[in-house]
Design a protein around this ligand. Structure first.
Ligand SMILES: Nc1ncnc2c1ncn2[C@@H]1O[C@H](COP(=O)(O)OP(=O)(O)OP(=O)(O)O)[C@@H](O)[C@H]1O
Length: 233
């Protein structure tokens, strides 16, 4: 467990950027999430930690509206997404949420620039503005010169920096990250973590990050432990 970030599942006072209330989920007959309550305040950084298979990725997918929980509710920026259909959930997600996956999950056929611009366009920016914003954030993560390359033509660290740029380009209120440095060596992991935390702070986003890495948890305001699909109290 991290040493610097305080522990605790308690919901912070004030408005919430993400509110997960009594969420249950199961893919099969086996319960995976068992009554999760979690609130993340605007601008707050929260680390989700717990053993492999405890449900961290599932909780992030539920928070993003990619999965609909079997029971319970999820609100993002005050919008109750768990009650919406898939198109409406996608619309909220594209506007409000950025997602960093462990293995980047960039679109292989598109250049880094187009990957990043696509996220801005899906959030509503016209093409010209999306490209301008993509160039701006690629410059910020040190990749402007490589913008025309495809994900398969750059290093793992560069691809993950692009994935961070893609998650932040549209200035989301909430960034969800699933072991964003888990596939990188120590040096690249530190660089990606620094960029992600800096960009999240610069853009006043909240961050919910699933991690096994103490260095990541130490950059958060609070750690929420998950054990066997429930918050560790
Ligand atoms: N699509 C799926 N279908 C069936 N079971 C699944 C599916 N996805 C995940 N699970 C199961 O749900 C449980 C929780 O998985 P999840 O990926 O959320 O855990 P995790 O805490 O993120 O693990 P890790 O730290 O290893 O990434 C596991 O038992 C897993 O096998």
């Amino acid at each position: 467990m991290a040493t610097l970030a305080p522990q605790g599942p308690a919901a912070p006072a004030g408005s919430t950027c993400l509110a997960v209330t009594d969420v249950h989920h199961q893919y099969t007959s086996e319960p995976v999430l068992r009554g999760i309550d979690l609130a993340v305040a605007p601008g707050e950084r929260v680390a989700l930690m717990g053993p492999s298979g405890c449900g961290k990725s599932t909780l992030l997918l539920v928070a993003a509206g990619i999965l609909v929980p079997t029971a319970g509710s999820v609100s993002v920026c005050g919008e109750l997404i768990s009650g919406l259909g898939s198109d409406e959930r996608a619309a909220v997600r594209r506007r409000r949420v950025g997602f960093v996956f462990q293995f980047g999950e960039l679109v292989a056929e598109l250049s880094l620039r187009d990957n990043v611009a696509l996220a801005a366009e899906l959030a509503g920016a016209p093409r010209r503005e999306a490209l301008r914003d993509a160039d701006g954030i690629l410059d910020r993560v040190g990749l402007l010169a490589l913008g025309r390359r495809k994900p398969g033509e750059v290093s793992g660290g560069q691809a993950q920096r692009s994935a961070v740029a893609r998650a932040l380009v549209h200035r989301p209120s909430l960034v969800l990250a699933d072991e964003p440095t888990g596939a990188l060596d120590r040096e690249n992991a530190a660089a990606v973590l620094d960029l992600m935390v800096e960009l999240v702070a610069e853009r006043d986003a909240a961050l919910l990050v699933a991690t096994h890495d103490d260095a990541t948890a130490d950059r958060c305001d609070r750690v929420v432990g998950i054990i066997d699909g429930a918050v560790d109290r």
